[in-house]
Design a protein around this ligand. Structure first.
Ligand code: ZN
Ligand code: ZN
Ligand code: FE
Length: 756
């Protein structure tokens, strides 16, 4: 007989791990105990050596579906104690928390069956969950993960639930968010701001929806606005209430069959849709799909992932299900809890947007938007890595403890690291919004104070005015922590290297909107060479003057005017303020220069269509991709210029090429395709230039421009054809949400510049 002690780290709490250990011990005839600790789960086992070995093997090979074991430490105990039976002990709260929190998990098939079974005591209960599914990260206040550390603490269990919670044979054994109609949260429907007297809030919400009204729904990580997808008037009204937002609306489909009616669906895409992480998956639209939902070739679709969704979708094949945020703020959610929901300020806001409100009184502790991804070359390609993924760590190839990476600004996020784990925050939003900035600070505090992650050094962007930089500087001063600054495009490059576990030197093809350069100018279409510790900038585009600075992001006609002016063609500009803009450019008034690929796309879009204004950043580039003729293989010639070590696309000489093509009668759809094909050639030329200088042939692709599928797929193919090995993102987003991962690696590997 032997007795051993095991310490298991990873995602091992809130995923049915202890019942699993209990069953396993029973199966192998072992005695002992297990308990949750701040480190994960620990247990002692006693039995014959071969039984212990069998247990260990099964533990590693068949853990519960949602568990992720990162480390098992086994130590022998001095002697067997002659114990009989296996018990689950009270959680131990001593020490520094070091366990991982599970992401939220979509309703599992067993719970769904109970939800639909009239003889089950949770029949049609909108909060049904078990150890394999339900809310996790969004309800956790602190570790260890026990009920009193979650927003379920205000709902004492009824005797029936209590019995299940303690019964090892049930699926709800130690399921912390477990509840039932007797003891659980309540769902309430407010019609036009007044609490409805109807019995069934789901039925009331369904009635509103089918009448073409807009309903705000409190979900797992925030609020959604829902309406019928097949009513163009309702969809138009929703756009109007969301301040004429032209962003594509996400849809919720009842099942994959409903999704297939709107979009083409590959097996890989279907697997993402139906996975327990339940992200929004971008799918190619069918030609007969109604317009008004998205102006692009794709639609973002998700399947129901909470019991509330499943109940609602009984009456609808498809609903618009867009987050209730306005502009780039994070998903709105309440901060108060208990049964005071009527006075919630967020619900005041919901009243202005929706006709009805379907809400519950389970507090959202950590708000979390829906994740958004596309499947690219068989892998996840994130636009937003959030619900269902956060705060699951990204595994690193190096140790990187104690680093807090503060991210960028517009698609803000941050990352903590401990050992070989980098914990990336969910999508936070644009820090220039005050509420979003508070959320950013609060969420960092939550990770540090409540989840016990320690910060010993800081790393931030090189941009002096980013609010994340300001935050890092302040903490560095106040807590006397060392601070590193990392150039934006270098961080993108390192993020993609870390995403692919690359070491050594690479070519970094980093195309995005804007980032602060080491020379104090704004960069954005860069080709770099280097590794985590250092980099050189070897190719770019000639800077474009942006009259009015940030105003160019929405008033894209200003960019077009600037491009035409620099080519000596200002008279071709159709901008209403043409004369003032020329004056600004001539005198260099408030016209910062940026070698931004994002702005070049915007400028060309306006040139092709005459549309001067867009409603959100990057819309010009997105619409340019959407309008391009996919059968067009032609390309514009790209005027290049050498300037010292730099190879530059001459933007001033490029614009007349496009203009001449339009004047010769080419359709704008062809011109859009030829322009993007020219950018594919530019990418290849930039990489060839760097290869000639350095001998490198591995290329990492990062930056928001690579959300453009046309460019991403064609650039990858053309690089491969030319003997390069392209690498793209698959674990973090290619846009600025992924920056924090790159900052972490650069700090861990001795790169960046110390901030004094
Ligand atoms: Zn379940
Ligand atoms: Zn109950
Ligand atoms: Fe960027």
């Amino acid at each position: 007989m032997l007795r051993i002690h095991l310490q298991i780290e990873g995602i091992v709490q809130g995923v049915g791990f202890r019942p699993f250990l209990h069953r396993l011990a029973h199966h192998y005839g072992l005695a002992g105990w297990c308990r949750n600790t701040v480190f994960g789960v620990e247990l002692e086992l006693e039995g014959m050596p071969e039984q212990l070995a069998g247990f260990r093997q099964a533990l590693e090979q068949q853990p519960p579906p949602m568990a992720q074991i990162s480390h098992i430490r086994q130590t022998p105990c001095p002697r067997p104690l002659g114990e009989t039976g296996f018990s689950i002990r009270e959680s131990c709260r001593e020490g520094h928390p070091d366990t991982l929190i599970s992401p939220d998990i979509a309703t599992c098939p067993q719970c769904l069956a109970e939800l639909r079974n009239p003889s089950d005591r949770r029949w049609r209960f909108p909060f049904i969950n078990c150890t394999n599914c339900g809310p996790r990260f969004t309800i956790v206040k602190a570790l260890p993960y026990d009920r009193d550390m979650t927003s379920m603490s205000v709902f004492p269990m009824c005797p029936d639930c209590e019995a299940e919670y303690h019964d090892i044979a049930t699926r709800r054994y130690h399921a912390q968010p477990d509840c039932c109609p007797v003891c659980g949260p309540d769902l309430v429907f407010y019609a036009h701001g007044r609490e409805s007297d109807r019995e069934d809030p789901i039925a009331q919400a369904k009635a509103f929806l089918s009448q073409g009204k807009i309903v705000a729904i409190k979900g797992l990580g925030g609020y959604h606005l829902a309406c019928r997808a097949d009513c163009p008037d309702t969809v138009a009204l929703l756009r109007q209430r969301k301040r004429r937002d032209e962003r594509p609306f996400a849809l919720m489909c009842r099942d994959t069959e409903a999704a297939k009616k709107l979009c083409f669906l590959s097996d890989e895409e279907e697997a993402r849709l139906t996975s327990p992480r339940a992200p929004i998956v971008l799918l190619r639209k069918r030609p007969e799909c109604p317009s008004g939902l998205s102006q692009t070739r794709e639609l973002g679709i998700m399947l129901p992932y909470t019991p509330i969704h499943h109940l609602l979708m009984e009456d609808f094949e498809t609903l618009v299900m867009t987050s209730m945020n306005v502009s780039d703020q994070p998903t709105l959610c309440d901060l108060g809890y208990g049964r005071k929901m009527a006075r919630d300020p967020i619900q005041e806001q919901a009243r202005n947007l929706a006709d009805g409100l379907l809400v519950h009184d389970r507090q959202i502790v950590n708000r979390c938007d829906d994740s958004l991804l596309r499947v690219f070359r068989g892998k996840d390609y994130f636009f937003r890595r959030s619900r269902g993924y956060a705060p699951e760590p990204v595994r690193l190839t190096v140790e990187a403890s104690g680093i807090l990476a503060c991210g960028a600004e517009q698609k803000a996020s941050f990352a903590f690291s401990r050992g070989r784990n980098a914990f990336l925050a969910q999508h936070i939003g644009d820090l220039k919004d005050l509420n979003t900035f508070r959320f950013y600070e609060e969420q960092i505090f939550t990770f540090e104070e409540r989840f016990g992650i320690e910060t010993t050094r800081l790393v931030c962007d090189l941009h002096p005015d980013y609010l994340s930089t300001e935050y890092a500087r302040k903490r560095s001063r106040e807590e006397n922590l060392p601070l590193l600054q990392v150039q934006h495009h270098h961080a993108h490059m390192a993020a993609c290297m870390a995403d692919n576990a690359l070491e050594g030197q690479c070519i970094g093809l980093i195309w995005d909107g804007t980032g602060y350069g080491t020379d104090g100018t704004i960069w954005g279409a860069e080709c770099l060479a280097g590794g985590y510790d250092s980099f050189q900038r070897l190719a770019s585009i000639t800077p474009i003057a942006l009259p009015g600075g940030d105003r160019c992001t929405h008033d894209i006609g200003r960019v077009t005017h600037s491009l035409l002016w620099s080519a000596g063609l200002a008279e071709e500009s159709t901008h209403p303020q043409s004369l003032q803009l020329t004056l600004m450019l001539e005198r260099g008034l408030n016209s910062p220069k940026a070698s931004s690929m994002g702005r070049l796309f915007d400028g060309v879009y306006c040139l092709l269509t005459g549309r001067q204004q867009v409603t959100y950043e990057g819309q010009g580039a997105i619409l340019l991709e959407a309008m391009a003729d996919e059968n067009e293989t032609g390309s514009y010639s790209i005027p290049l210029r050498e300037e010292g070590p730099l190879l530059l696309l001459d933007t001033a000489a490029f614009v007349p090429v496009i203009l001449a093509d339009l004047k010769s009668g080419s359709h704008p759809r062809q011109a859009a395709a030829r322009f993007m094909n020219a950018m594919v050639c530019l990418a290849l030329r930039q990489c060839q230039w760097v290869r000639e200088k350095t001998g490198l042939h591995r290329v990492v692709l990062s930056g928001g421009v690579f959300l453009n599928h046309w460019l991403l797929s064609r650039i990858c193919a053309s690089l491969e054809e030319a003997g390069f090995i392209p690498y793209h993102h698959s674990r973090v987003s290619t846009n600025d949400q992924g920056i924090a991962l790159g900052q972490t690696l650069i700090a861990a590997k001795g790169g960046g510049t110390p901030c004094v």
